[in-house]
Design a binder for this molecule. Structure first.
Ligand SMILES: C[S@@+](CC[C@H](N)C(=O)[O-])C[C@H]1O[C@@H](n2cnc3c(N)ncnc32)[C@H](O)[C@@H]1O
Length: 223
């Protein structure tokens, strides 16, 4: 993402007092500038006005990226980390993001009702394999004629990138940045096949840019 856009979004996560904790600000700045995730997802969603459910939304950076891109569909972010949801809510209020909501929800306990588009970005691996399969089935049923499903996931192969992806997920949990620990990694082919069996057409492309990870983007919709 362009440096100016990244800085403007990150500012929403800066502390209100000069001595406050700047962790979320620097995280947002670094993530938005270095990770091709958001440009990839913005491209995938552009042209659809369907309401978006962002499952495992973290701080809700996607909501800010969408609005800066002129994408105004209703946005609802859910995550089981209450502190991230709280930060996401505050940042959205500070920047007056319209039609945006955040809720603390554990996807292992509750899958929200929804009809429209769905984002599952770097989150599937925090659920056990059986729960991932069940969730994908539910999500496939949420897409109407105009909804899109956007998934980013790591391909868990034995390449250097695959190993770095898994080790980084584990480390993020161990240092406390990610409260959830990674559980299971489905491979891209398995996920694509499951979505196709649910009647969706699926495109798959690499989405790691200059990062060391093995991240792939899947975009699915009803034929
Ligand atoms: C790597 S972060 C990705 C955040 C966001 N999707 C993004 O791409 O910026 C994974 C997120 O999934 C959330 N998560 C993990 N397990 C979850 C669960 N069972 N229910 C809801 N959210 C969960 C974590 O709290 C974390 O915010």
């Amino acid at each position: 993402m362009a440096a100016d856009d990244a800085r403007a979004i990150a500012r929403a996560f800066a502390p209100q007092r000069p001595w406050g904790h700047r962790g979320n600000y620097y995280y947002a700045l670094f993530k938005l500038r270095s990770d091709p995730l958001y440009p990839g997802v913005l491209t995938a969603l552009r042209g659809s006005n369907a309401p978006l459910l962002d499952m495992g939304c973290g701080l809700g950076l996607l909501a800010h990226a969408l609005r800066r891109d002129g994408q105004l569909m209703p946005y609802r972010g859910v995550d089981n980390d209450g502190s991230k949801i709280q930060c996401g809510r505050i940042a959205a209020e500070r920047t007056a993001l319209a039609d945006t909501g955040f809720e603390r929800i554990d996807l292992l306990a509750t899958v929200p009702e929804h009809h429209g588009s769905v984002a599952l970005l770097d989150v599937l691996q925090y659920l056990p394999a059986a729960a991932q399969t069940a969730l994908l089935q539910r999500v496939a049923g949420m897409l109407g004629a105009h909804g899109r499903l956007v998934i980013r996931m790591a391909e868990p192969d034995h390449s250097r990138r695959g190993v770095i992806s898994r080790v980084t997920d584990r480390a993020a949990n161990l240092i406390g940045w990610m409260r959830s620990r990674p559980r299971d990694y489905l491979d891209v082919t398995t996920v694509r096949t499951q979505l196709q069996q649910a009647g969706l057409s699926v495109s798959v492309s690499p989405l790691y840019g200059s990062t060391p990870f093995n991240n792939w983007l899947l975009v699915a919709q009803r034929d």
